[in-house]
Design a protein around this ligand. Sequence first.
Ligand code: SAH
Ligand code: SF4
Length: 363
Amino acid sequence: MTKSLQEILSQDEFSKPDLERMLSADEQERQLIFARAEEIKKNFVGNKVYYRGLIEFSNLCGKDCYYCGIRAGNKSTHRYEVTEAEILEAAKYAYDNKYGSLVIQAGERSDKSFVNRIASLVSQIKEMSNGELGITLSLGEQTEETYKLWYNMGAHRYLLRIEVSNPELYHKYHPGDKKHDYFQRMESLHLLRKIGYQVGTGVMIGLPFQTISDLADDLLFFRNFDIDMVGMGPYIEHENTPMYEFKDQLISKTDRFYLSLKMVAILRIMMKDINIAATTAMQAIDPMGREKAIKVGANIIMPNLTPTKYREDYLLYEDKPCIDENADDCKKCLEARIHMAGGQVGYGEWGDSKHFDKRKGNS
Ligand code: SAH
Ligand code: SF4
């Protein structure tokens, strides 16, 4: 006999069919999942939402992921790199406004001057903030030496999405060369963990060819890897990318949004004490998208601190929000929205993953 959704939700462990059943829940049923996730979030991570001020450091990228608007092959993008002074200014803003942490994200590069520039920035930010600002990096696949250097300079978290946990699908969305290899990306995740970073990964949701079964596997992948943090959100097409060709095969943006919300809620039920981000791509589809994600399980938000003049060039996908705003605009609107979603901002706190602390035996 097939189990009811209520029965599934009362379990502690989910099988793949259970996950598929939950991911297929309709509009009415999904409220049950959201309510359970809300309850678990309250009991295990509380209602605090932690800020990670996001600096989109540069859109220069040596890779060619088929879905991404800043891929090397997109010749119509104007390329930029934020200056050192501007980064330090944004870091100071984060520090003065008690943001707790920063995320430095960029296209993937591994030349020596880039590696050293990041190392120097990390160390300067640490110094400027008396070691108080936490630093998360999201700079793609690098050598063990580079990851170690950045860690030793003071970065303590790293975000590297697996994008899709199924190697065959991964290869559909990337060129078939050595630079875009699924197993290499997996190796990077292992290296990051070995070095001591809190590791975050994630996937895109609603990609062409991706099925409910694939998404259930993604959730199992997070659990099996025993990940500390997850950032995932809807795939959103970008005109100047090879994947745009499949835009007619996509489910609607609203469906992608609700599927993403279900992924967040189910993951919160499965992995009760990890950090889950309410991602910008959710806000790109629904103006209240991030707040909705917070309500059903997310506890991390990444307010954009990139100097406004660069924002329109960091277009990973179309309709990216807040590109004509500055850090202050974002700050004011965000706090009110978080309160509306029943959250409270964890000002001045790192808000590290409780799961990481537990794995390390720190709590
Ligand atoms: N270059 C680094 C970090 C910047 S890209 C890296 O690739 O890891 C950050 C994330 O943007 C990617 O991991 C991907 O999941 C997301 N992204 C790229 N293109 C996207 C799109 N079209 N829709 C939604 N998310 C996208
Ligand atoms: Fe470059 Fe990251 Fe975009 Fe891939 S997803 S093209 S690595 S910025």
